[in-house]
Structure formats: structure tokens, C-alpha cells
Design a protein around this ligand. Sequence first.
Ligand SMILES: O=c1ccn([C@H]2C[C@H](O)[C@@H](COP(=O)(O)O)O2)c(=O)[nH]1
Ligand SMILES: [Zn+2]
Length: 159
Amino acid sequence: MAKRSDYISWDEYFMGVAILAAQRSKDPNTQVGACIVSSDNKILSIGYNGMPLNCSDDAFSWERNTTEDNKYFYTVHSELNAILNYRGGSLEGSKIYVTLFPCNECAKAIIQSGIKAVIYRDDLYKDTKEVKASKRMLMTAGVAIVQYQPTGRKLEIEL
Ligand SMILES: O=c1ccn([C@H]2C[C@H](O)[C@@H](COP(=O)(O)O)O2)c(=O)[nH]1
Ligand SMILES: [Zn+2]
């Protein structure tokens, strides 16, 4: 019997894991997922945007209004969560799949942790100062930036 030929690619697999992780986010506006992968295609860590440990999702604000109490004070970004969730040692030489282009703060953490490639899906905030600064730092630091190419493949998962 011939082997299956319609299996998902590595890129579909890792971006799919990031997309699934984003579904854990309580952010009512933007859910972000990240998946860190070794150079030999092993998943090292996963994260999504959310409140810090022991800071209740119900006690802290999810508002976007930046003049008042709002989520930007509190949320840990998906990329940083994925980096901090890793307990195995070094992330040197790894790649990060992320559903949204990393902000400048995440870019710093990505660079400092030794991640060497960012594979992103959406670039919603490309015109912001944060994302422009992020791209400048990542490029200067030699981190590869690759936009994920959607394949249009749809998978149905019954949960
Ligand atoms: O690098 C990033 C940038 C943003 N996020 C998270 C932080 C917030 O929870 C949302 C953005 O909310 P908006 O309502 O779209 O401003 O995304 C992240 O995880 N990583
Ligand atoms: Zn960020």
C-alpha cells in the first residue's frame, strides 16, 4: 500500500499549532499564537497572549482604550510566553511561527533568546512604530523574516 500523500507540510503543521494555541487566548479582539521549533523540526514551546500567572483573566482589563485601564498594561504576548514557557535550556538556532508579526518588545526577546527565524502569518500592524522598530532590530540582528504562505488547506477537527 502506498504511503499517504496528503499529509500536511512542516509549515502547515507549525503554523497550525500556532493558530490552535491562539484559540486559548481570552483577548476579545486579537488572539495570537506562537510555536517555537528546533532546527530539526521538533516543537520546543508554545504560547498565546494572555494575563500573567495568577493574574485573573476576570480581574484585569481587556479594554483597548489606551487612556484608561487597559489590556496593554498586563498581557504577556504570545512570543514572550512561548519563550518563557520553554524549560529545556537554549533556544539558540530555533525558529518561531507566529500568527501576528512580533512587536518590538517581542523582537528583543526573540533576538536575545537566539531564535534565528520568524515565520509570521498576519502583519496587521505593519504601519506602526512598534512593528517598524521590530523589523529593523530583527533584520539588524540577522533574524530571518519569512511570511507564511497560506495553502488554503482546511482541516476539520472534532473536539
Ligand atoms: O507581538 C505581539 C503583539 C501583540 N500581541 C497581543 C497583545 C494583545 O493581546 C493583542 C493585540 O491586541 P489589539 O486589540 O489588536 O491591539 O495581541 C502579541 O501577542 N504579540
Ligand atoms: Zn509583542
